[in-house]
Ligand binder design. Structure first.
Ligand code: GTP
Ligand code: MG
Length: 189
């Protein structure tokens, strides 16, 4: 089910997990990887592919939610505002949301737009975990170092505790079991 407004999202009182992050970071690809379905969520090499709030019902008892990306300069100012509004409305109003996965491209240094988004999540007390994406694009020996660097940058900033994080690749299924176990563990509580 796809919506442009949180008010019309499904009303089922089942746990929900959302994927959010910069345009092109790999949100839709990660959902497909987790579910082992090639084109459940639409992906594209062009940023700005996902433009709606997309609910995928899994095993009839929880939802995965694919969201539009933030921070992409080439969409018009008006669209950018719309994205921000329904993304922020979604997070503020969606009582079914159990955890948001904030995706970060593991190759990049901390970016202002992501740090600001994480800060906003913190201020609004929205539970989140980090997912580093595209680990296949780094040499194996630098993957953990790059993640550590990112976490340390958060701890040097406003964060007192390191968030839970996962290192993933949608190309080689890295991190799939860990993310699914995390979700399964919460759903079983
Ligand atoms: P928007 O919907 O536009 O916000 O993007 P998105 O975050 O949903 O990204 P999407 O999944 O559409 O992926 C963007 C591009 O990155 C596509 O070309 C994907 O094939 C590529 N990509 C995504 N994940 C990975 C990954 O783990 N490894 C590699 N090598 N490429 C990836
Ligand atoms: Mg997408």
């Amino acid at each position: 089910m796809s919506n442009s407004n949180v008010r019309t999202c499904p009303s089922d009182p089942i746990p929900e997990y959302a994927f959010i992050g910069r345009s092109n970071v790999g949100k839709s690809s990660l959902i497909n990887m987790l579910m082992q379905k090639k084109s459940l969520a639409k992906t594209s090499g062009r940023p700005g592919k996902t433009q709606l709030i997309n609910h995928f019902r899994i095993n009839d008892n929880w939802f995965l939610v694919d969201l539009p990306g933030y921070g992409y300069a080439r969409v018009s100012k008006r669209d950018k505002k719309t994205f921000q509004k329904y993304i922020t409305d979604y997070f503020k109003e969606r009582v079914q949301l159990v955890c948001a996965f904030v995706l970060i491209d593991i190759r990049h240094e901390p970016q202002k737009v992501d740090l600001e988004f994480l800060e906003w999540m913190g201020e609004n007390q929205i539970p989140f975990a980090l997912i580093f994406t595209k680990a296949d694009k780094l040499k194996p020996q630098v993957i953990q170092k790059q993640a550590d660097k990112y976490i340390n940058a958060l701890l040097d900033g406003i964060w007192e505790d390191a968030p839970q994080y996962f290192i993933t690749s949608s190309s080689n299924n890295l991190g799939r079991e860990e993310v699914l176990e995390f979700i399964g563990g919460i759903n079983d509580e």
